[in-house]
Every structure is written in C-alpha cells, then in structure tokens.
Design a protein around this ligand. Structure first.
Ligand code: ATP
Ligand code: MG
Length: 716
C-alpha cells in the first residue's frame, strides 16, 4: 500500500517536473523574444534617427557646394567690373554658359530695375525656341533671402523649363544696356533642379522602404516633400491630423525649429508615424524631416509561426517522453512485481520441497539408526543398513547444499557466531576425513603454524562447511596413494581484534584445466573428466564456499594444473575470543537421563515411533501429543504440573500447529524449554519458531547429537 502510494507520488512528481519544464520553456521563450524585440525596436529607432542626421549632412554639403559655385561666377564678374572691364549682359551670359558642365543647371541674370520689374536672360533658351529671356517680376519671393549666410530661394518653378527648382543668387555689376558708360545692379541666379538635391541622398540599404524626406522652412512650408507629407506646410499637416490646442502647435513648432530629435504623430491616413528632424547647419531656418510609419520601426520580423511550431514541437516531445517514461515505468514496475512473485514462488517451492523430502528422510534415517542397533542383524543386513545410511547422508547433504545456494542467492544466508576452538575444529575435520584417507591410502600431512589465538568468535558450522568442502575435494580428486597436505597458520590482521587465518590444502591429484578454472565457482560446474564423473558430487560445494567466503569478506584462491595437482588457499579475518570459563567435558556419553520426561508433539506416527525409540535408546522417557492442542491441554492440566522437562514440537500439525501451541503455552509457562523438531528448515522458519517463544530448532531428519545436546542443557 505504502509502496503503491510512493510509486504514485513519484509519477506525480515526474509529471509536475515535466509540465513545469514545458511552462518554463514557453515563458522563457516568450520573455526572451519580448526583450529581443524591445532591443530591436530601439536599434531601429536609433538607425532611423541617424539616417535623418546623415541626410541633413548630405543636404548641407550640396547646398554649400552649389552656393560656392554661384559666388565664384559673381566673384569673377565683379572683379572684372572693379578692374574697369564691366561685362555686358551678353558677355556675362556667355562666360557663365561656358563654365556650366552640368546640363541640368542653368544661370539667370536679372536686372534690378527701379520700376520693380525683374527681367533678364538665361544661359538656356525656352524649350523649342531661341527665347532665353526671363522675367522674375512675378517671382519676387525668390529673392527673399532664406539665410544670412547663404542666398537661396525657396523652391519655385523655373520659368525656362517649368521644373521645380532651387536658386542660389548673388548680386553682380553689369554694363547699363541703356548707357554703356554706366553700371547697373543685377541678380545672378544659379538655378538647379530640386531633383538634383534628391539624387545626392543615399539611404541605408534594405531597411526603411517606406522612408520619406521633406525639407521645411521656418513656417513649416515644404521646400521639398515626399508623398506622405500632406498640406502646404508641415505645421498645417500636424494640425489637420492631430488633435491639439494652439499652444500645442506652438510647442510643436518650437521643437522642430530648434535642434534635432524625433516624435510620433498621426499621418494623413490617421496611422501613427515616426518623424525624425534636424536643423540644417547651412540654412538654420530649414529643417530636414524623415518620415516612416511607426509600424515599420516597431515591426520586428518574428516568425511567430516558426516559433510556435518549435515551441509546440518541444512541448509535444516532452509530453511524448513523459508518456513513454510513465509507460516504461509502469512496465518496469509490473516486471519487477512478476520477478518478485517468481522469486517468492521459487522460495515457496524450495521450502515445500525441502519439507516434503525431509519428512520421509527422517523416517529413513531414523529407522536405519534404530535397525542398526538390533544385535540380531546378520552381517549382510548390517552392511545393507550401513549403505542406506551412507546414501541417506549423501541425499541430505544434497538437500542442504541446494538450500544453502538458494539462501545465498536470495541474500538470506545468516551467520550465527559463537566462541569455538580452532584446534578442535581442525581435529574434528581430520577425524571426519580419516575414513577416506585410509580407504584411499592417501599420504596425509597436517601442518599448524603460529596459532596465537586458539579461541575465535565466528559461525563455526559455516567455517567447517568451507574447510570440509575443500579438504573433501582434495581427497576425492586425488588418486589412491596420492598426497594431500593440510596447513593452517595465523597472520596479523589489519582489523583490530581480529586474526588472519590462512587455510591451505594442497594435493597431487588430477588437477584442473585453465578453462575449467574460469567457471570453478559456478553452481553445478564439474570438470568433464571421466574420473570426476565416477566420483560422487553435484558441483555445488565450491559455489557455496566461494559465496560464504565472500560474505565473510575473505578471499579464496586456487592454483591447479591438470595431472599435477591443486592448491586451495582461503584467507579469513576472524574475531579473536576469550577462552570460555566453563568448558564442558566432552566425555559425557554415559550420563543418566532416566529421570527426564519429554513431551513429543508429533502428528506423524512413524516420526513419533522413531523419536521415542531413539530417546528410549538413550534412556529418556517420552510421552506423545498428536497435535498442538493436545500439548496445550496437557500443559494446562494442573495434575501434570512438572511432569515434563522439555517439549519437542513439530510445526505442521492438524487442529493446532506448533507455533500457535507454543504461543498459547508461553502465556502461562515461560520456563519449560520448547524445541522445534521440524522438516521446515529454512532460516525464516527458525526465526518464526524463536519469535513464537521456542528455545531452539532441530531440523528433520533428526540428528541425535543435537537432541542430546538439548537434553543435556536441562540437566545443568
Ligand atoms: P559437491 O557439490 O558434492 O562438492 P563437487 O565436488 O563435484 O560436488 P565442487 O566441490 O563445487 O563440486 O567442485 C567442482 C568441481 O571442481 C569438481 O567437480 C571437480 O571437477 C573440480 N575440483 C574441485 N576441487 C578439485 C581438486 N582438488 N582437484 C581436482 N579437481 C577439483
Ligand atoms: Mg566438492
């Protein structure tokens, strides 16, 4: 339930993180673009203003240049006059005509007559005629000087070619046409096409396609204007399309007349436009204006479609990934659950198998032990019984090995440390091996060096299992009359309070090939050798040894050569222990157990028969309860108080199982030792028994040594 909630929480968190990421992506993109747009707008505006200023400079240069050309003509004519060689109108016109290179430019010379008529001649004749007279009488405004520094006209229609033009003018002295001894004043005009000025301008390439230019005078009157400048004057234009007061217009005028800058206003189509303005240096009354619709300045070309596609594409990718992730997660979870279930099924299977094999094994082993005690047995019967015992022991080892390997694989192998003597352990090991040593006439030697700490604290049974496996292999895989050496020594350990035990077994047996050595520690691996096949074994021994050595943080090494021999070296750091205070004399075989009465709770008749007989053979009385409930009732019965010294309790029984019975008994009797005697031999089963209140656990088939050890404890 808890796990389910945690899984859901994880999924929820993954979703939240992903969604937040997508939102952050969108907002990030949005703000980035917004910022970038603001920067682009600002840069557009600045470029536009700079364009206005540079158009102003270009205009200035042009006007100054043209004005100088006009003055240079006058300078010549006036100098001639000063030198007494005053030119006539014809001479002056001829001189100027010769100095004009640009075909679009012409000069006009106008007599300043007292009667206010302004008539004269042009360097060019009217179109398709020989008439080059000009009359400026009705064009007097041309000579209303625009600036102190420069005499320049406002734009006007050139009477010769009827084109919008500008005129630069200055005064010259000419011979009086009526009296050639006198001089008269005249205006010399250099007349240029307004378009010539337009052609001087260059614009920044690419941008501002809709840019338009106007030049206005002090009153806002257009000297020159683009299409978007409506009305006669710029100020009228402003008034017509922008709601404003008269003081507002004045303010607007003052702004434009002085200095440079920019403003926004409505244009003739009532759209917002952006105007940059700057005063001309050469003619301070003139201002150059540049116009652009505001949208062109602000229009940042974001390809929203592309941005949207990328944004949504990314979001879709995230969502897709999220869905796939959650789906995979779900699959993984269900796979893990299946694996979990399979593992559980395997454990259940092994546990059931172990239980179901141990039950008949108990009968076989027990009954064989009983039968062997019969003095009337013929030698043949005795021999047969011995062989049954050997075979059953082998079968039992096999079951134990399979159980061990599955425990190791599922990480359930637990160690039960106790204080023991290392010397005694090796004496026992050698004793057990004697029958094989003798039967194969092996030349066996045992070396012991530097055993500084005899008493150690470790799982003695598991250690013996390691040592026995390796030594029995050496004996098994060495031919008759071969040689096996067993050596132990202690070295200093790096761990405080520990000693390093080195265990070496060397044989000159059949040895192993380098290929086989690669998989030596794999379960069920045996060398493919006819000699090995003929020897009993399953290939589990070393797999278990390796796992146990690893769990004990030790080391195992093997050196072997085919046909030469093998050396196994195991190194283990073992905790040093104190010598126990009371040492139980091992010579207790003939103790008197006649006063002891044991309650055996056992539903199976054969098992009951075996245990009761075995107990009886050791002089111990026993009574039977056929299930947990019977045992409980017997214990509850006031009359049977103190009748039993110990209870052996089977676990799987009808009516009431051993665990429940123990729990019930413990409610009123905490003292009587209750020992499980069961075919449930897994470590979980042992833990269950101890948790229910039992004092120990003996696995079936029953090992009488363990039974007697429990009985001895009562006697103490
Ligand atoms: P069991 O599970 O009963 O011990 P086993 O002895 O065949 O069976 P292991 O102890 O795991 O299995 O050894 C695996 C194999 O390694 C053996 O079958 C044998 O081929 C090889 N082997 C182990 N020890 C020696 C040795 N001292 N000399 C030669 N071969 C050996
Ligand atoms: Mg072996």
């Amino acid at each position: 339930m808890k796990k389910d909630f945690r899984n859901r929480l994880t999924d929820f968190l993954i979703i939240i993180i992903n969604v937040s990421f997508v939102l952050a992506l969108f907002f990030g993109e949005f703000f980035y673009i917004k910022n970038a747009n603001a920067r682009t707008r600002e840069s557009n505006r600045q470029t536009f203003i700079n364009t206005n200023v540079s158009l102003g400079s270009m205009t200035n240069n042009y006007l100054i240049g043209e004005s100088h050309l006009c003055r240079s003509w006058a300078y010549y004519l006036n100098n001639e006059s000063k030198a007494g060689r005053t030119k006539t109108m014809d001479e002056a016109i001829d001189f100027i005509s010769e100095s004009i290179i640009d075909n679009t430019v012409m000069a006009h010379i106008i007599y300043k007559n007292g009667d206010n008529s302004l008539k004269g001649y042009s360097t060019k004749a009217r179109k398709d005629t020989n008439d080059n007279t000009v009359d400026y009488t009705s064009l007097k405004e041309v000579f209303a000087s625009a600036s102190e520094g420069m005499n320049i006209s406002s734009s006007f229609m050139n009477p010769i070619n009827i084109s919008k033009s500008l005129a630069f003018y200055t005064e010259v002295k000419l011979v009086d046409p009526n009296d050639n001894t006198k001089q008269v004043d005249a205006y010399l005009l250099r007349v240029v096409l307004l378009n010539n000025l337009r052609e001087e301008w260059t614009f920044p390439s690419g941008s501002f396609d809709r840019l338009e230019v106007a030049i206005v005078d002090r009153d806002g009157k257009y000297i020159l204007s683009g299409n978007s400048f409506a009305n006669e004057s710029f100020y009228e234009y402003y008034k017509s399309y922008n709601a404003t007061t008269s003081s507002g217009v004045e303010e607007f005028k003052n702004k434009i007349r002085t200095g440079s800058g920019y403003l926004t206003m409505n244009d003739y189509s009532h759209e917002k436009c952006f105007i940059a303005y700057s005063q001309l240096n050469s003619i301070e009354d003139w201002t150059i204006l540049t116009y652009i619709p505001l949208s062109d300045i602000n229009d940042v070309h974001n390809d929203w479609l592309v941005i949207a596609i990328i944004g949504f594409g990314l979001a879709a990718l995230f969502i897709f990934d999220l869905v796939v992730l959650l789906f995979l997660n779900k699959n993984l979870k269900s796979t893990a659950k299946i694996a979990d279930n399979a593992n559980k099924a395997k454990t259940d299977f092994l546990s059931t198998m172990s239980h179901d094999i141990r039950t008949p094994m108990n009968a076989i082993v027990g009954l064989t032990t009983i039968a062997r005690q019969d003095p009337t047995n013929s030698p043949a019967t005795q021999d047969a019984l011995n062989k049954i015992e050997l075979a059953s022991n082998h079968l039992l080892t096999l079951i134990n090995d399979i159980l061990d390997i599955s425990k190791v694989e599922s990480g359930k192998l637990a160690f039960n440390p106790l204080t023991f003597s290392i010397t005694e352990t090796f004496e026992n090991l050698i004793n057990i091996s004697q029958p094989m040593i003798k039967s194969k006439h092996i030349d066996f030697a045992f070396y012991k060096h530097d055993i500084k700490y005899e008493w150690l604290y470790a799982d003695k049974l598991r250690l013996s299992q390691i040592f026995t496996n390796i030594l029995s292999n050496a004996l098994k895989y060495t031919n008759e009359n071969g040689k096996v050496q067993l050596g132990i020594k202690e070295l200093d350990s790096e761990k405080e309070g520990y000693t390093r035990l080195v265990y070496i077994v060397k044989d000159n047996g059949i040895g192993m090939s380098p290929e086989f050595l690669q998989k030596l520690y794999e379960p069920f691996s045996r060398a493919t050798d006819s000699r090995v096949n003929s020897i009993q074994g399953t290939g589990l021994g070393l797999a278990i040894v390796k796992q146990m050595v690893t769990l004990m943080e030790g080391d195992i090494e093997c050196q072997s050569e085919l046909g030469v021999g093998t050396t196994f070296t195991v190194t283990l750091d073992l905790q040093i222990a104190e010598k126990p205070q009371e040492e139980v004399s091992s010579n207790e075989e003939n103790l008197d157990f006649s006063h002891i009465n044991v309650l055996v709770t056992e539903d199976n008749d054969i098992n009951w028969e075996i245990i009761s007989t075995l107990l009886e053979m050791n002089g111990i009385k026993s009574e039977r309860a056929t299930n947990g409930k019977e045992a409980l009732e017997l214990m509850e019965d006031e009359n049977s108080k103190g009748r039993f010294d110990l209870i052996f309790m089977d676990i799987q029984m009808p009516v009431m199982n051993g665990l429940d019975a123990t729990r019930e008994i413990r409610k009123f009797n905490k003292d009587i030792p209750i020992i499980a005697m069961t075919a449930d031999a897994f470590s979980e089963n042992v833990t269950e028994c101890l948790e229910a209140g039992m004092n120990g656990h003996i696995a079936k088939p029953i090992d009488m040594k363990l039974v007697l050890a429990e009985i001895r404890k009562i006697k103490k």
